[in-house]
Write a protein that binds this ligand. Structure first.
Ligand code: IMP
Ligand code: MG
Length: 186
């Protein structure tokens, strides 16, 4: 499936599972004896989130938030909108925001600024992927699955125009898909 759209597989199911397990162990050690509210950013982080929370061996609560800085396509609009807020207050709680990828950093900078105003006991960010070379604002995640180069990736929850989220691997999207002129040049 998707032979034309996929340039190559970047991380296999096995590589992903091994790294998610490690992240879960690290978080379990850091929050040993405490409770932690894991906040999933919809929709890209859902699959990572579901795997990650099952690797955490402390008391976990889950909640969901939706923000968007992207229209359709592969570049950010720079504007962040909160489309769905948390269901419960986070005052006095340990909170970890779980994201699919940190790209320009715009979304997480805005989201963490907002969540800090609600006085959580602690606030950290766990992102499955990080593209540090693309950063436009000063933002650093606390737990990172993999650092990647400046390429548009799909699968394991990540989409291109809402497609490909169900791919079990992380793949590099063929540039012909978002730059159709390349096709003509070939
Ligand atoms: P930022 O605000 O620029 O850091 O944007 C982060 C959001 O952009 C992520 O939550 C993704 O939804 C989206 N995004 C950035 N890079 C990629 C990518 O390579 N594949 C799929 N989505 C991406
Ligand atoms: Mg996202």
């Amino acid at each position: 499936m998707y032979e034309k759209e996929i340039k190559r597989v970047l991380f296999t199911k096995e590589q992903i599972a091994a790294r998610v397990k490690e992240l879960g162990e690290e978080i379990s050690r850091d929050y040993a004896g405490e409770s932690v509210t894991m906040v999933c950013t919809l929709r890209g982080a859902t699959i990572f989130f579901a795997d990650l929370v099952r690797e955490i061996k402390c008391d976990v609560e889950i909640d969901f938030v939706a923000c968007s800085s992207y229209g359709s396509g592969t570049t950010t609009s720079g504007e962040v909108k909160m489309q769905k807020d948390l269901s419960s207050p986070i005052e006095g709680k340990n909170v970890i925001v779980v994201e699919d990828i940190i790209d320009t950093g715009t979304t997480l900078l805005a989201l963490t600024r907002l969540l800090k105003t609600r006085n959580p006991k602690s606030l950290k960010v766990c992102s499955f992927l990080d593209k540090p070379s693309r950063r436009k604002v000063d933002f650093k995640g606390d737990y990172i699955g993999f650092e990647i180069e400046n390429e548009f990736v799909i699968g394991y929850g990540l989409d291109y125009n809402q497609k490909f989220r169900n791919l079990p691997e992380v793949c590099i999207l063929a540039p012909e898909v978002y730059m159709p002129d390349l096709n003509k040049a070939l």
